[in-house]
Design a protein around this ligand. Sequence first.
Ligand code: MG
Length: 139
Amino acid sequence: MIRIAVDFDGTIVENAYPSIGKEQLFAFETLKMLQRRGFILILWTYRAGRQLEEAVEYCRKNGVEFYAVNRNYPEEIYDETISRKIDAEIYIDDKNIGGFPGWTNIWAMLFPEEANVDAKAELRALRMRKKSFWNLFRK
Ligand SMILES: [Mg+2]
């Protein structure tokens, strides 16, 4: 089982915290395809309380129900003996070094053999942009 920890603000939706931004292109399509392929999705977000509930509900309305939210498994109860870091194989977060690659590119990274020609071209373009890392912070 491959566990993927997925961030919310800036990753599933555009960052408008504490509001909910617009869906990032293909976010829910990609997450649903990953679930269909047996990946375990864990929501891994800074949100808590009501803002967290709103995010979870927004994802549910868009067809994505997470295995767990801000924990390793649904019943997990945190105390000082348990690390706060989620144990996952893959982390998808807009704060990754290199920035958020977009869901098309995430899919292409996970399944390069299935990436269409356009996605591969996008991936190449992204690699070129990454050569100038600080360009990511210029709008
Ligand atoms: Mg984020």
